[in-house]
Design a protein around this ligand. Structure first.
Ligand code: ADP
Length: 599
């Protein structure tokens, strides 16, 4: 993305504030005029005082006082006006920046909420990376807006005006001032090139340091249990050392170039003083002694923006890098769902028969998870998916919930292809309980109510009872108002199940729902799931043989393909993978000894 592209992408976000923009620009222009007042006033004052000094009859103190009074009044008046203008200009400029930053955030949130799950599992779209792209993007884009309207424009308008005034007073002095500018630009560009590599290195090390510290905090238990505190500290020390070196290096380069630029600026000032003094001495038309001050002050207005050039150049380079990542998210068109072709919309009653025919699916990361898979999920029945880890069981649930679309083959629900189902309508009908369920920061009540936002408190309580979590919630000091994140993994699991009870959907997907529960809780959950199963379409994924043998139908998967199917007892009699899994499971549970103990 070039600067043109960057500004073009930003334009739609700045345009809504066009009146603010016009006001800011108008103030900018007036402010730039004000910036030249000092030079003009000093020029006149010096000349007037000089004239007084050379009066043959000697000067009157009252005349001198009059000059000084006018100078004071003009300068003070100008300062007051300039303060008001600067305030207005900064305030409006900031207002634009803050509003643009808010609009960019809202837009990106809107966008990512519409993306398919595939987007989030694509390489480079991991949560941390997305977050960095969004954060950095918004920060540097809104900075670009600020740089442009609050910093660059006023400074450059003032520089151009000052240059015009210098030329108007004397072409030669104007030319000298103008000649310094390319030298400045050249030094800034060289500085930019020298700094760029370093800045990226500093940024990279900084990210590594942050990541390292996060890692230490997250792995504290492991670090302590292995007594690896010193190893971790040494790793950090090495990174810190590197970071210190890099920072010093960038500072060194930066100071050298800043010094160089100040030197060039001083040379410019000296040249202008010499030239103006010479012109005054040879009595060049229009060149009075006041012009020496005049030109020096104007020249400092010319060089002021150029001194800032390097910072703005850096910011702009950053913005170009981050804008690409940021607008990449906003413009990821292909990820958005197409609406308008839906045959099934919300509110329709559903039967709950899924048919999968020759489905193939590959994750965006390249894992070919489902291969030529066909199966029927009977309505009102419980179907179990069995297979070793990584066989593709969860992927099937992902496909049925339309989190991902298959590469080929068809999936229908009640005879209608999933692609023609209104996604919201589909998901309204599905309850999903995963092995690891997400608990939002907030109260237990809020977390359960996520299943149905308009549920009454009594309904929330009822759902908690069905999920066997009610007693434990009531034992907490704040009951349902307690923070849900303080619950144990097993308790959080039951909050997720309560959420599903509240939603009360006709189709239920259970992906290892009891994997993190203790034996008592597992039994309680099993009972309540048995109760809710009645008359609903249920798909259960479990390593728990006890849950599998209760199913009406069973599909055994191996590397994304169905290898066996039928009722649990039929499939067991066939032998094969299911029998292997079943027998291994029974052996690992020590079924013989359990039977002896129970006898
Ligand atoms: P199961 O549920 O049977 O353990 P999964 O359906 O989770 O198996 O995984 C099937 C295959 O797809 C595995 O190889 C797994 O590594 C891969 N996989 C699962 N989820 C993702 C994902 N979000 N992105 C990329 N690959 C994935």
């Amino acid at each position: 993305m070039g600067i043109g592209g960057l500004l073009k992408s930003l334009l739609p976000y700045v345009l809504p504030y066009q009146w603010l923009l016009v006001a800011t620009l108008a103030l900018t222009f007036v402010g730039s005029l004000m910036a030249q007042v000092n030079a003009v006033v000093l020029d006149r004052a010096v000349d007037a005082i000089n004239d007084l000094l050379h009066l043959e009859e000697g000067f009157q103190w009252s005349d001198a006082a009059r000059i000084l009074l006018i100078v004071s009044l003009v300068l003070l008046g100008k300062e007051v006006l300039a303060a008001v203008i600067t305030f207005g200009q900064r305030y409006f400029g900031e207002k634009i920046r803050i509003n643009v930053s808010r609009d960019l955030s809202l837009r990106v949130v809107d966008r990512i909420l519409t993306f398919r799950m595939a987007y989030f599992s694509a390489d480079g779209n991991e949560p941390g990376k997305l977050q960095t792209r969004i954060d950095r993007g918004i920060m540097s884009l809104s900075n670009t807006v600020k740089n442009f309207f609050i910093d660059i424009l006023p400074l450059f308008t003032s520089a151009v005006l000052a240059l015009v005034l210098m030329f108007a007073a004397n072409v030669y002095v104007g030319l000298v001032a103008l000649a310094i500018i390319p030298v400045y630009f050249w030094i800034t560009t060289v500085q930019g090139h020298r700094m760029r590599g370093w800045r990226h290195r500093v940024f990279g090390t900084h990210q590594q340091l942050n990541h390292g510290i996060m890692n230490i905090i997250e792995s504290m238990g492991v670090i302590k249990s292995f007594n690896r505190e010193r190893v971790e500290a040494a790793k950090q020390a090495a990174l810190q050392e590197q970071s210190t070196d890099q920072q010093m290096q960038t500072r060194r380069i930066s100071f050298i170039f800043e010094g160089l630029k100040t030197f060039v600026e001083q040379i410019g000032t000296v040249l202008i003083i010499i030239l103006t003094a010479y012109l005054v001495l040879i009595d060049y038309p229009g060149m009075t002694i006041g012009k020496i001050m005049y030109h020096v002050l104007l020249f400092s207005n010319v060089s002021a923006p150029i001194r800032q050039l390097h910072r703005i150049y850096d910011d702009l380079n950053d913005a170009l890098v981050y804008a690409e990542g940021f607008f990449g998210i906003i413009n990821a068109e292909q990820e958005v769902e197409k609406s308008g072709e839906w045959k099934v919309t919300q509110g329709q009653r559903i039967e709950g028969r899924f048919e999968l025919r020759n489905v193939d699916f590959t994750y965006p990361s390249g894992t070919h998870a489902i291969r030529d898979l066909s199966m029927t999920i009977l309505p009102g029945r419980t179907t179990a998916l069995v297979g070793l880890s990584g066989a593709g069981k969860s992927t099937i649930v992902n496909l049925l919930d339309k989190f991902y679309a298959p590469d080929s083959g068809t999936i229908t629900l009640d005879g209608v292809p999933l692609s023609q189902w209104n996604t919201e309508a589909l998901r309204d009908n599905i309850g999903l309980v995963l092995q690891k369920n997400h608990i939002f920061s907030g109260t237990i009540e809020e977390n359960i109510r996520y299943g149905r936002p308009d549920a009454s408190f009594d309904e929330v309580v009822e759902a908690a009872r069905k999920a066997y979590i009610y007693d434990q919630v009531m034992a907490l000091p704040e009951g349902f108002a307690s923070n849900a994140l303080q619950l144990s993994g097993g308790q959080q699991q039951r909050i997720a199940i309560a959420r599903m009870f509240l939603k009360n959907p006709p189709i239920i997907f259970l992906d290892e729902p009891t994997a993190s529960l203790d034996a008592i809780a597992t039994e309680q959950i099993k009972n309540s799931i048995d109760a809710i199963k009645q008359g609903r379409t249920v798909i259960v994924i479990s390593h728990n043989i006890g849950q599998i043998i209760d199913s009406d139908m069973l599909y055994v998967l191996d590397t994304g393909h169905v290898v066996q199917s039928g009722t649990p007892s039929e499939v067991y009699r066939q032998g094969g993978l299911y029998k292997d899994i079943f027998d291994a499971s029974a052996r690992s549970m020590n079924v013989d000894k359990i039977a002896d103990t129970l006898a």
